[in-house]
Design a protein around this ligand. Structure first.
Ligand SMILES: [Zn+2]
Length: 501
């Protein structure tokens, strides 16, 4: 598990329209929440510490917040030598370009222009740590600031796509109607702002907003109807993090509860209990497939809450004697999630049989919002193991292609971060397999012939404990090539795979 990196973010308030705040849309290519809306901000750079008033992490974060805001929006929260705020001018735009393109650095910009940071105009608003769903994690300190008069934010396309002003209710309305994605801590802050008068935000002690304390996400939500609980679950060599989903609103299901330890069980149990306490009904457990990281605690929660477990017949067979499957789901089975009052429409999950990783593998797709719960069809953080005899590469690729045909947008990955660009995630997975196949063919052409030597050649540099898994992937690749007549399988008594003559 990674340690969170220090980061900073600014909630920029409009000077003339009370309560209006600026959200930016993160670009598609970003690994961490690309396509999601957030406040401007980014990682703390080591030189930020050299500019800061002290080495207190809040002072350093303040520098990072001002620098990132300037780079991303052109808004500069500084004063000149006469203590006047800075105005938007062509010169300021040029300095911003030089900074973004690294022709200069922030310390030089401040020194050369005799500018100093407007410390007293920035109010700390607490910090969030990224929950464990993401392999990239941040400890983000938030500041509240008003845009200086004479400045207007302007987004250059790059790390960001665009920016939008609105009060907390406007932003939240779009999110509740599934029109935009918002990163979970930003969502939590918008909910806090909505409840209090914007004029109180910086006065605060009464509304509890100005603070240097940690904020806790009560519920990690990626849509009004999608909540995530990230837990440790069994892994091929060491435990790994898996995302358990609570899907639905007043009626909800749990997808893939694979918790390994008491801490994980407690986290899932707390999430269920909190929903039930607020009047929602827990309807059942959906399993994408039988692997323990997805099914480990299904029986525990089914017994505890007396709810049914749903899975594909092939999964039911694999889990026979371990988990009682009460409802069988086949290709195109529908699971109604009930009415969504925020959009005025019904939410329905459709199960699609997507074998290849496991024989009974299902994904769950919500067609109206184009949301895909991917199970182990693809992952945004790791390569999915296709291990014979359960795994079959050709079938696996067909399953990915089939789901790409649905053009999913939000893809909820069991391992790793959600992605707003589901179709690209699926297409990248295919591309990755094609590259591996080319490497395997090249190794065969170079007379590497056994699983061991082929794996060492194709997965050069992989740590030893993972080599056994790599050999399984190689075997899956070889079986596909044998089926296509490109490779000859070893003759009895031999271990040598060869290109077909
Ligand atoms: Zn699996």
């Amino acid at each position: 598990m990674s340690n969170p990196l220090p980061a900073a973010s600014i909630i920029l308030e409009d000077r003339y329209s009370v309560g209006s705040i600026f959200l930016v849309k993160r670009a598609k290519g970003l690994k961490f929440l690309g396509g999601f809306h957030a406040f401007p901000g980014g990682k703390v750079d080591p030189p930020d510490g050299g500019i800061a008033n002290s080495q207190d992490p809040w002072d350093i974060a303040l520098v990072a917040a001002v620098r990132e805001l300037f780079e991303e929006t052109g808004v500069l929260l500084c004063h000149d030598g006469l203590n006047h705020s800075i105005k938007s001018t062509p010169m300021l735009s040029q300095i911003r370009c030089d900074l973004v393109e690294k022709r200069t650095d922030f310390a030089t910009v401040l020194r050369d222009n005799k500018w100093s940071l407007s410390h007293s105009d920035l109010y700390p608003l607490g910090y969030f740590e990224t929950p464990h769903f993401s392999p990239i994690r941040f400890k983000t300190r938030f500041f509240l600031a008003k845009i200086p008069s004479g400045q207007t934010p302007e987004i250059f396309e790059g790390e960001l796509e665009n920016g939008v002003w609105g009060n907390a209710s406007d932003h939240l309305k779009r999110w509740y109607s599934d029109e935009t994605l918002i990163s979970p801590p930003v969502l939590e802050l918008l909910e806090k702002f909505k409840k209090s008068n914007p004029l109180d935000w910086r006065l605060s002690s009464a509304s509890g907003l100005v603070s240097t304390d940690e904020f806790h996400l009560e519920r990690v939500r990626f849509a009004s109807w999608i909540q995530v609980v990230s837990v440790a679950c069994p892994g091929p060599s060491v435990p790994q993090i898996g995302n358990v989903f609570l899907v639905g609103l007043s009626k909800f299901y749990l997808i893939d509860p694979g918790a390994l330890d008491d801490q994980g069980l407690l986290a899932i149990q707390t999430a269920i209990q909190s929903r039930v306490n607020s009047g929602d009904v827990f309807h059942g457990i959906l399993l994408t497939h039988h692997h323990p990281d997805h099914s480990n605690s299904a029986k525990h929660f089914a017994d505890l809450w007396n709810v049914p477990v749903y899975a594909h017949p092939a999964t039911a067979e694999k889990l026979s004697g371990k988990v009682q499957i009460n409802h069988l789901l086949d290709d195109c089975s529908q699971i109604p999630l009930g009415f969504n009052p925020f959009t005025g429409s019904n939410l329905v999950l459709t199960a699609y049989h997507t074998p290849g990783h496991a024989p009974g593998h299902l994904v769950f797709f919500e067609a109206r919002t184009k949301t895909l719960f991917a199970g182990d069809l693809v992952s945004t953080s790791t390569t999915i193991l296709v291990s014979p005899p359960d795994g079959h590469l050709k079938t696996y690729i067909d399953s990915i292609n089939r789901m790409a045909g649905f053009s999913p947008e939000l893809l909820m990955s069991f391992h790793g971060c959600p992605s707003a660009f589901g179709k690209s995630v699926l297409q990248n997975a295919i591309y990755h397999r094609e590259k591996r196949e080319s490497a395997l063919l090249a190794a065969l052409a170079n007379n590497f012939e056994t699983l061991e030597t082929l794996a060492q050649e194709v997965y050069r540099g992989l740590p030893d404990p993972l080599m056994k898994l790599a050999q399984k992937q190689i075997l899956a690749g070889l079986i596909k090539l044998v089926e296509e007549g490109i490779v000859s399988a070893p003759t009895p008594g031999s271990e040598e795979w060869k290109l077909a003559k």
